[in-house]
Design a protein around this ligand. Structure first.
Ligand code: FMN
Length: 231
């Protein structure tokens, strides 16, 4: 049988990261103002935790300046990224000389940056901190929700690349589908970049070649209008 990273040794950081990349998620930028300094970092590990009381969690790397700022401030803001905000994820997801340079933002009541154009921003008060290996899990009590454009769509992260949503194709049950031949699936590590035309997605390899165009996706009809798939 072919060996894959998902079958590998979880103690191997590369195998672990690659395997866990099979879990798709949205993306957030966690922000915090600490005195005069602004902090923010891209965070995939955001989760909704409890309805009553309303709690969310984020998991931040130990030693991260954003983590230290949140721990000092006792509060933070979570900004959920929209599909056209990949540039924000890039800016806040790796070392950058000045992440805030030229960036528009407004302050929430605690002074933490709210990023414009996000799908949602959450004002959170730090309610618990749990050390977890090389990361720290922060639980935040949600004090206020700031929904963005209700028609906005999310930026997604999967397999180490960005993606968006496309309407789901209506599919027959697996047993009724034609068998797929080996090699017909897109190679792993692609980037799904929403095209400018509705229903058109360009799939870009993470290496420069090849560039594939999937062409127009089937348009949703009737009751399927609200079903989406990630590419
Ligand atoms: C797509 C993406 C998702 C990320 N998710 C997380 C995460 O969940 N937790 C984390 O600690 N770092 C995550 N990072 C890495 C941090 O954003 C990155 O290390 C950042 O530079 C930390 O900022 P700071 O050092 O100023 O605090 C992610 C990066 C990217 C690009």
């Amino acid at each position: 049988m072919r060996s894959t990273a998902a079958e590998g040794d979880p103690a191997d950081p590369r195998a672990f990261r690659s395997a866990l990349g099979r879990f798709a998620s949205g993306l957030t930028v966690v922000t915090c103002r600490d005195g005069e300094r602004l902090h923010g970092m891209t965070c995939q590990s955001f989760a909704s935790v409890s309805l009553d009381p309303p709690l969310v969690s984020v998991c931040l790397r130990s030693g991260s300046p954003t983590l230290s700022a949140v721990e000092r401030a006792g509060s933070f803001c979570v900004n959920v990224l929209a599909e056209d905000q990949q540039w924000l994820s890039d800016r806040f997801g790796r070392p950058h000389p000045d992440r805030w340079n030229g960036l528009a933002w407004s302050a929430n009541p605690s002074g933490h940056p709210v990023l414009p154009g996000c799908l949602l921003s959450l004002d959170c008060t730090l309610s618990a901190r749990v050390g977890a290996g090389d990361h720290v899990i922060l639980l935040g009590g949600v004090d206020r929700l700031r929904p963005g454009d209700p028609a906005g769509r999310p930026l997604l992260y999967f397999g180490g690349g960005y993606g968006g949503l496309l309407p789901v194709r209506r599919r027959s049950p697996p047993e009724a589908r034609p068998r797929r031949t080996l090699g017909s699936a897109p190679s792993p590590g692609y980037l799904g970049v929403p095209g400018r035309l509705p229903g058109v997605t360009t799939i870009r390899s993470r290496t420069p070649e090849p560039v594939l165009d999937r062409g127009p996706a089937p348009q949703p009809r009737g009751r399927n209008r609200r079903e989406w798939t990630c590419w």
